[in-house]
Design a protein around this ligand. Structure first.
Ligand code: EPU
Length: 423
């Protein structure tokens, strides 16, 4: 497995183009199951999760050509509407085929994703929503079997207990081809949900309210293929914003929509990072010392859980104590022991991390078992004295397009070490 080697101490400087959003691209690619014909998706990031999604769609008989940033999908009736364990275990977002399959074929067999490193992550809300639209659900041998008597879902009223992101996306896709009107309340408001609704509407669906907590969908009989360019990745952008700040750098991030990162920008400013909105993006200038800041993760438009690990690094460098509270996932502090090994002072009590700055970080060999935690360790390497080796880069490659090349272009002393030679 590759690792990433970073030598700290260089302020990042320059301009960086933000890639397309992973968490928008995944449901959008899965939505191509809803319509036959040729779909063209642009601004798709070059990531392992995109390859896994392509494999999943191919498994069902679709023709998928991945040539990032363009992915074309030739939608056609699937051979068998199933998502096997071998693919779902690689990427839990594979569950995003469930809504489109049930809507289109009136049945689906999808492996249950099970827990993952950051939490238990059940899909009960996805299933509850499908049941409200007339589906019958059975769990068998680790799979969820969904059947719709009569073959077509009907519109229903669905109140989500939790504003689940992929749950809202699955149900929006399901409702797009259902008979009649569906109303989803307490829906997730993330920009990726809104982006999926934009794509579905381009396909001919009738969806209103995406981006708010009430989404109303009038089901159609048939949908058409689309040509669509995907929004920029707010979490990738946020990660590089923190990287610019902690290294005392000056970076312009191009292509990002400011509204998508407002909560993060507000916290960066509270920490005394300069964040300026520019015509084509956002400029971040880091001038340590930073001020400590308390952060609680929340569903959008609150502070995103996907930025918690990276922001904790900034807090570790601040002059004083910060409290970071994670409310979305129950096990998302895996970066903490690794940051502590590098010299950070952090205590975890329940769902909160008490971070006592300022830390003087020193390089170490570190490893984390999820994507955002691993990214925070790369960023820690950028500020640590000496050399940091981040092992199991596999996780980073799932969600960051060529992170080492992008950081190198901004002046970082960073390289990828192929294979397991140093592991
Ligand atoms: N939950 C339930 N029941 C459900 C669904 C969710 O209890 O039926 C719980 C989860 O266990 C969790 C909370 O609700 O505690 C929120 O989970 P959500 O369903 O919103 O998360 P997700 O849809 O599985 C997406 C992103 C994650 C991101 C979360 C939260 C994709 C493919 N994944 O996951 O992204 O952290 O929303 O914003 O969109 C990442 O990119 O690193 C990542 C993990």
């Amino acid at each position: 497995m590759d690792s990433i080697l970073v030598r700290g101490g260089t302020p990042l400087k320059g301009t960086l183009r933000v890639s397309g959003a992973k968490n928008a691209a995944l449901p959008i690619l899965c939505s191509s199951l809803l319509a036959d014909g040729e779909h063209t998706f642009r601004n798709v990031p070059d990531l392992r999760d995109i390859q896994t999604t392509a494999q999943l769609l191919r498994h069902m008989g679709l023709e998928v050509d991945v040539a990032p940033p363009v992915v074309t999908v030739r939608g056609k009736p699937v051979i068998e509407p199933d998502a096997p364990y071998e693919l779902v275990k690689q990427m839990r977002a594979s569950v995003l085929v469930l809504g489109p399959l049930v809507a289109r074929y009136g049945r689906a067999r999808v492996s249950l994703p099970g827990g993952c490193a950051i939490g238990a992550r059940p899909i009960d809300q996805h299933l509850k929503g499908l049941e409200a639209m007339g589906a019958e659900i059975e769990l068998d041998h680790g799979y969820v079997n969904v059947k719709v008597p009569g073959g077509r879902l009907r519109g229903g009223d669905i109140h989500l207990d939790i504003p689940t992101v992929t749950g809202t996306e699955n149900l929006m896709c399901a409702a797009a081809l259902a008979k009649g009107r569906t109303r989803i309340t307490n829906a997730a408001r993330e920009p990726e949900v809104e982006e999926l609704a934009t794509v579905l509407n381009k396909m001919g669906a009738s969806i209103e309210g995406a981006g708010t907590d009430v989404i109303v969908i009038d089901g159609k009989d048939v949908l058409q293929p689309v040509d669509h360019a995907i929004i920029a990745d707010r979490i990738e952008a946020g990660t590089y914003m923190v990287a610019a700040a902690v290294t005392g750098g000056d970076v312009l991030l191009e292509g990002i929509t400011f509204d998508h990162i407002e909560a993060l920008c507000a916290k960066l400013r509270s920490a005394r990072v300069i964040v300026e909105r520019e015509a084509h993006g956002v400029r971040v200038v880091g001038k340590p010392p930073f001020r400590p800041v308390d952060v609680t993760t929340e569903p959008h438009p609150g502070f995103p859980t996907d930025m918690q690990a990276q922001f904790m690094l900034l807090c570790a460098l601040a002059q004083g104590s910060s409290v970071l509270t994670e409310t979305i996932f129950e096990n998302r502090f895996m970066h903490v022991p690794e940051l502590v090994r590098m010299g950070a002072r952090i205590d975890i009590r329940g769902r909160s991390a008490f971070v006592h700055g300022p830390a003087k970080l020193t390089g170490a060999r570190v490893m984390a078992t999820d994507l955002r935690a691993s990214a925070s360790l790369v960023l820690a390497g950028l500020v640590a004295e000496g050399e940091t080796e981040v092992l199991r880069v596999y996780h980073i490659d799932r969600g960051y397009e060529r992170i080492e090349a992008k950081l190198k272009a901004l002046g970082a002393d960073i390289e990828r070490v192929p294979g397991s030679s140093r592991v």
